[in-house]
Ligand binder design. Sequence first.
Ligand code: BES
Ligand code: MN
Ligand code: ZN
Length: 501
Amino acid sequence: MPSRLTFKFSPLTAPGKGVLIVFCGDGLTFGAATARVIAPARDQIRQAAAAERFTGKNGAALELAVPAGLKVDRLIVLGLGKSGSHAQKEVLKFGGIALGKLPAGASAATILAELPTRAMRGEEAADLALGAQLRAYEFDRYRTKRKEDEPERPPRRDLTIAVADVAGARRAYAERAALAEGVTLARDLVNEPPNVLYPEEFARRAQRLRKLGVAVEVLDVPALKRLGMNALLGVGQGSAHPSRVVVMRWNGGRKGDAPVAFIGKGVCFDTGGISIKPSAGMEDMKGDMAGAACVTGLMHALAARRARVNAVGVIGLVENMPDGKAQRPGDIVTSMSGQTIEIVNTDAEGRLVLGDVIWYAAKRFKPKFMVDLATLTGAIIVALGHEYAGMFANNDQLAERLSKAGEATGELVWRMPLAKEYDKLIDSRFADMKNTGGSRSAGAITAAHFIKRFVDDKMPWAHLDIAGTGFDSRQTDVNRSWGSGWGVRLLDRLVKDYYER
Ligand code: BES
Ligand code: MN
Ligand code: ZN
């Protein structure tokens, strides 16, 4: 059953109970306050370290039950290794590792936020807390019993982060708590089953952002028809669940300042439609709305931390089903842009949704730039696996900034090419374009070119293909969830570093 994590920051002193987690450098070196706290168990630690060949290498851990002379049940020493520099993503990682080392039954734990060479700054202690928070996430809403081999867990786990600058840590954590909520929201949306989270339900959840001060509009099918979003509507027409487009606006910036815009693919379930997918693994296609989930989580984070930026998030929500009313291969639809599209494969549906939504967002909001996120192609997984998302951009500065934000957060992007030779592959005999390149070659690139045809060349734009990172991705020290919430931290960072006033 769920166990809730609660946090508190306290001064750097010895705790009286639970699990104690401390950091050490290479060669078993401790910070001054830490050395004082663990002094009574010093010999025991040395002996255990020798027996386990633990030297404090980065990421290694030494565990001691009932450490002599300390009032705690267990001591965990985490190695930070040699590195003197502790980049933010490293500190985040250590928060995750620390939480991961807690025994399942532990109800109280204290982390001494001190480096071997100096006290941790408030910001660093707050990053530890964020890392632990992200790692602690579990989607257990539908689990009613404990598995046989699963240890019983306390309903609540209290994590104390002991730090020299308590006030600074609290202040710095406020912002990170907003980010943790955004990531949690994105993960929840991706993990929810498709019978629960269909377009209308997704739209209802997005409307909850109103209580943070986000203006949320939901466009229903008649509204989408009036706008001429026939490419998007064609995808959803075979489903019993009507399509929706949700517009979220956060105005924390200067009045009249052009917003930054984020666009998400929200295919709540992708069967492939008439070009139906094989049944093995099809359940994963509940995650085909990870782009929309990221945009929603990001808007939550920006509003909750009252980011000083004008931002819009626009998501296209549909379900792609085979049905008597479903779209056929061979159909030709007229998109909102006026361009016609020959549908040659109904499973290439995400680009149809994005084409209309991105066109709409550009015309209505005239943003500074647009970033779209989509679990768009299996081909990007073949190319990049689950480590990097594919990035396509028509603007070097935007691409550069996204790469930097990726390095800083560990949500990595790798730039892929756009070129007219690829664009040609989606020319159609019967319409302005067709919705696939017609072969397996360069599948992620032809998909990006399709979207590009709905973007003005002068508008800075980046497309992130997150098929490999949005769900079932690399398990990291700060993510053990199927739905990763990938992109929320990346884009929050992009906004924070380059677009806040
Ligand atoms: N949602 C899928 C892409 C996908 C596949 C995401 C696996 C995550 C994991 C997308 O709608 C799709 O079906 N793409 C096709 C395109 C093809 C028909 C041109 C694909 O990648 O096979
Ligand atoms: Mn598909
Ligand atoms: Zn899809």
